[in-house]
Design a protein around this ligand. Structure first.
Ligand code: GDP
Ligand code: IMO
Ligand code: MG
Length: 427
């Protein structure tokens, strides 16, 4: 039995989809435990590319069970669109392959409207959200007025909760000058959704408990990344869920004692999409070059990702907070051909050198990255079949990550395709 976690170690888009798909080969079940369709996970198999938002990246295998946990916020419209898209691509998404938690919160049409209106009202202080209704949905969860998947299974309960919510939300929408919703329209839409989702709905904590007892291998697929965590990220420029390892227990209904390990997915440089601080950001030609070579454009919103050098302070902090047991380093091929590569190994802050991420953005703004410089490597890395094939300078780079963080690099990715993956130590 193993219960293994895949987590983003930076600001998201590290290659979690690719690595989850790769690791899923040896798993029986793949579980999303937080976030929603703000995520955009890319998987490439052969010459086919799949973009997943809500459905776990184990779905491309015929024999894996995929679970949307209670900690996920579910936009049913988006979920059905994704199921239809996958089926069109020849991937079956039957109720024995996909299970949706009865406790998951629903992203309702008013959440998406409020996400947009609130962002607009924040003007230059906006967060730069994906506009998918994530923040407003988690707000309702905590305010205890959210609508859950199980509510939808009881028509009268759903009707009452929806009526109350539409009344409350319309008042807020009016306040922001937005267009109000009609209860009957939304109700009619969701009654159709209720029938379609019904066969997928399960108590996933009970199911996972049984599977783990039967020695099955479970893979938990994180969305977003360490610094987008609601508690440990660059608040308020974060998402609204716990993206760190702690989110697995609350978001999937499993205890911490079953977890057997956690791999942090780290891009060989750093990117971030949306607003917020980014100490190693490159706003020059080098940043543009990395963006173009690495195709750094968002899977969910198409926005250009900000690019910068690798920041080991971030990786070390992610390892601490999530108890990472190894790293998977991705996109080593993107850095190929650069002469001198920089890596941040600390911040100069108020006369001291620190190697952790400060809580206050005001303090972070005063942090000056300290860099070490590395000699680059050539394009041959994209064709490497084993670690022995790696250019010496690429090996040195990976060794430095291990040395600084105290965590071994177990997997290296040298291209987007499933097989462009090199395992150094089995995890
Ligand atoms: P996720 O959100 O963490 O799953 O990552 P995204 O899918 O948003 O972004 C990662 C992008 O990099 C995708 O386009 C992947 O296909 C691609 N990718 C993943 N690993 C590698 C790699 O090692 N090399 C290259 N060139 N691309 C990669
Ligand atoms: P994956 O799983 C990168 C960012 C948004 C914004 C902030 C809040 O593909 O790595 P939200 O819509 O969640 O309220 O937006 O979080 N963000 C992501 N950035 N990758 C993601 O997911 C992200 N999901 C949200 O850009 O800055
Ligand atoms: Mg992504």
């Amino acid at each position: 039995m193993s219960a293994f976690i895949v987590l983003g170690a930076q600001w998201g888009d590290e290659g979690k989809g690719k690595m989850t798909d790769y690791l899923a080969e040896k798993a029986d079940i793949v579980v999303r435990f937080q976030g929603g369709n703000n995520a955009g996970h890319t998987v490439e198999v052969g010459d086919k590319q799949y973009k997943l938002h809500l459905i776990p990246s184990g779905i491309l295998y015929d024999d894996k069970i995929n679970v949307i946990g209670n900690g996920v916020v579910v936009d049913l419209k988006a979920l059905f669109e994704e199921i239809d898209y996958l089926e069109k691509e020849g991937v079956e998404v039957t109720p024995d392959k996909l299970l949706v938690s009865d406790r998951a919160q629903l992203i309702m049409p008013y959440h998406k409207i409020l996400d947009g209106l609130k962002e607009k009202a924040r003007r230059e202080n906006n967060i730069g959200t994906t506009g998918k209704g994530i923040g407003p949905c988690y707000t309702d969860k905590m305010e205890r007025c959210g609508i859950r998947v199980c509510d939808l299974m009881h028509r009268e309960v759903f009707k009452e909760k929806l009526r109350q919510n539409i009344e409350d939300k319309n008042a807020i929408i009016r306040l922001y000058g937005g267009e109000v919703l009609d209860f009957e329209d939304v109700y009619a839409e969701y009654i159709v959704y209720a029938e379609r989702i019904k066969p997928y709905v399960k108590d996933i904590s009970v199911r996972l408990y049984e599977e783990i007892k039967n020695n099955k291998n479970v893979l938990f697929e994180g969305a977003q990344g360490f610094l987008l965590d609601i508690d440990y990220g660059t608040y308020p420029y974060v998402t609204s869920s716990n993206t760190i390892a702690g989110g697995v227990c609350t978001g999937a209904g499993v205890g911490p004692t079953v977890i057997t390990g956690a791999v942090g997915i780290a891009k060989s440089y750093t990117t971030r999409v949306g607003k917020g601080p980014f100490p190693t950001e490159l706003t020059d030609e080098m940043g543009d070059m990395i963006r173009e070579k690495g195709h750094e454009y968002g899977v969910t919103t198409g926005r250009a990702r900000r690019c910068g050098w690798l920041d080991l302070v971030i990786l070390k902090s992610a390892a601490r907070v999530s108890g990472l047991t190894s790293f998977a380093v991705t996109k080593m091929d993107t850095l190929a051909g650069i002469d001198k590569i920089k890596v941040c190994t600390g911040y100069k802050f108020e006369g001291k050198i620190i190697d952790y991420f400060p809580a206050c953005l005001e303090d972070l703004a005063k942090c000056e990255p300290i860099y070490e410089e590395f000699e680059g490597w050539d394009e041959s890395i994209a064709n490497a079949k084993s670690y022995e094939d790696f250019p010496q300078n690429a090996k040195k780079y990976l060794k430095r990550i291990e040395e600084f963080t105290g965590i071994k690099v177990s997997i290296v990715s040298v291209g987007p395709e499933r097989n462009q993956t090199i395992v150094i130590n089995e995890i």
